[in-house]
Design a protein. Structure first.
Length: 217
């Protein structure tokens, strides 16, 4: 799926959406990007050189691509929020298991109050993130406009995932920094959540715009 400018002078009103078949003349796939995380996801540059596209490849109306792109964002942001909850949950479970098993000064580090404080904050954050994601998903599934709720879910869930993954590495100590333990991967994978489908900074602007637009209850 490709969004391309079909009327440069019209800015966002001049974008169209196309479905480009693999192997189309003039369309090639570039090298695989070497990413910090999410390495199971194949991210590559798409190269178009003298690529002629039939009119039948147009999705929607001509110059109507921006509306299509915007209609996909709420669902995409909810999905990333759900992904972030999953990463956070996995990191949390690893941290809890490690804290119970790791012994220092003759006792499990799970008995140390600073470790318990981290675990408590992780648990609260994950539950709150999960509820925000489920609320947004429920609204989307019922066809209710949920731009603010989707942005809230993505912002909170991805921020939580990064914080939980950070603390999971911290609880592991030096072991959290080596690839033998999975929290190292969760730490890298969580980072992208605050960047794609709109950065955390953009989500805050959207939430503020929606809140300021709403009528007082």
């Amino acid at each position: 799926v490709l969004f391309a400018s079909t009327s440069p002078a019209s800015a966002s009103r001049g974008i169209s959406c196309f479905l480009i078949e693999k192997g189309a003349p003039g369309f090639t796939v570039g090298r695989k990007e070497k990413k910090m995380g999410l390495r199971a996801s194949d991210t590559r540059e798409l190269v178009f050189k003298d690529c002629c596209v039939p009119r039948s490849a147009l999705l929607g109306s001509l110059h109507g691509g921006f509306k299509i792109a915007m209609s996909l964002l709420d669902g995409g942001r909810i999905s990333i929020g759900a992904q972030a909850v999953g990463i956070a949950q996995a990191a949390f479970e690893e941290a809890v298991a490690y804290a119970k098993a790791r012994k220092q000064f003759g006792k499990s580090i799970s008995e140390f109050q600073l470790i318990q404080a981290k675990i408590a904050d992780m648990a609260v954050g994950i539950d709150a993130a999960r509820l925000l994601v489920r609320r947004a998903a429920s609204l989307l599934g019922r066809g209710v406009r949920c731009t603010k709720e989707a942005s809230m879910a993505k912002l909170f869930a991805t921020t939580t995932a990064n914080r939980v993954a950070y603390d999971a590495v911290q609880i592991h100590g030096g072991n959290g920094y080596v690839r033998e333990f999975p929290v190292e991967r969760y730490f890298r994978d969580a980072r992208a959540g605050e960047i794609y489908e709109g950065t955390s900074e953009i989500q805050r602007l959207i939430i503020a715009r929606e809140a300021l637009r709403a009528r007082p209850q």
